[in-house]
Ligand binder design. Structure first.
Ligand code: TLP
Length: 345
């Protein structure tokens, strides 16, 4: 059965054009720097993000970890959102593998970190204190609704970082969604950042892979750490070929996913028993709650939806996130809304 899969945009399978490019990709040993397709992808990513250099990495999690390991020494502290992926969903890698301590600051409902909160979290010079080294932003901010951070906010955080001799890293897993939603370039959005990680394997539909971008010096250190983590890959142009299509083509169509998320949210607002968040969606994520008066639990909702051909990521809470992507067309949106209506009746 071909499911309508709304669990995440990570589920996107490669497009037929990607599969063709992958089959025909020119390859070489990328650890030797010999893979022309990877080299092309890295140049393209650096160019599009307005940074000097880029590195192809297996996952967003490894990309964020590499960036943190380049910027920080053991015992350093990183200011992160308390709802950020790097803090909540990366298996504690920064502490376990880097000896880096996260300093969580509350994410505001709009995904931002309040400048006063950041300032208050920067350690003073004191023999007792860890050294604050880095501020980490997430754009789009996933848990806060897939909300895009504005270039103005990013600029202000960048200024604060510079004034305090700190680095700024952006977890831009979905930075092209953030750019599309605000009708600006990703390059403009990440201008104040020293490093950015973004994913090819989410809304950009590649099967695998993320990119880390920054200065040449930063990327050369990052390449070393990628090897240390076991992320040096060989004839990986096979995968990078899809990444090139992600950057050249898929970045231009994300508005369609955002429009379909809106259409889905509007449809679900008519379904009794579902409370779609007031401002949802900002990009490709619809966030909603199952109302308290619905007696069936969310696990059961997930099972029933699956029987009707729709996959949703339902755990035991009443909160649901539905994500649109390349493989969700208008008919899929309509089918998903009617499946919810049937299950909740
Ligand atoms: N996010 C996944 C899950 O891990 C939650 C998802 O379905 O949204 N940064 C952000 C903001 C992310 O949302 C994710 C993945 C990552 C980093 C990690 O990327 P991968 O999965 O490639 O390691």
């Amino acid at each position: 059965m071909d499911y309508i899969d709304l669990r995440s945009d990570t589920v996107t399978k490669p497009t037929p054009e990607m599969r063709e490019a992958m089959a025909e990709a020119e390859v070489g040993d990328d650890v030797f720097g010999d893979d022309p397709t990877v080299n092309h992808l890295e140049e393209l990513a650096a160019e599009m993000l307005g940074k000097e250099a880029a590195l192809f990495v297996p996952s967003g999690t490894m990309g964020n970890l590499i960036a943190l390991l380049v910027h920080c020494q053991r015992g350093d502290e990183v200011i992160v959102g308390n709802q950020s992926h790097v803090y909540l969903n990366e298996a504690g890698g920064m502490s376990a593998l880097g000896g880096i301590q996260p300093c969580p600051v509350q994410n505001q409902p709009d995904g931002t970190l309040a400048l006063d909160d950041i300032s208050a979290s920067i350690r003073t010079e004191d023999v007792h204190h860890p050294i604050t080294r880095l501020i980490c932003l997430e754009n789009t901010q996933n848990i806060c609704g897939g909300v895009p951070l504005t270039p103005e906010h990013t600029q202000r955080v960048g200024e604060l970082a510079r004034a305090n001799n700190l680095f700024l890293h952006i977890d831009g897993a979905r930075v092209f969604n953030a750019a599309a939603a605000q009708n600006i370039s990703a390059r403009e959005l990440v201008e104040p950042a020293d490093s950015v990680m973004f994913c090819l394997s989410k809304g950009l539909a590649s099967p695998i892979g993320s990119m880390v971008v920054g200065t040449r010096k930063f990327i050369s250190r990052a390449r070393h750490i990628r090897k240390m983590l076991g992320g040096g890959m060989r004839q990986v142009g096979i995968v990078a070929a899809a990444g090139i299509i992600s950057l050249e083509k898929m970045t231009k169509r994300l508005g369609e996913d955002h429009a379909r998320a809106k259409k889905m949210a509007n449809g679900l607002r008519q379904v009794k028993g579902l409370d779609v968040d007031a401002d949802s969606p900002y990009t490709n994520m619809v966030y909603l709650n199952v109302s308290e008066d619905v007696k069936i639990n969310s696990n059961r909702i997930g099972e029933r939806m699956k029987e009707l051909g729709v996959l949703v990521d339902a755990d035991n809470t009443r909160r649901l996130r539905l994500v649109t992507h390349y493989w969700i067309d208008d008919a899929a949106v309509e089918k998903a809304v009617s499946a919810f209506r049937e299950v909740l009746n």
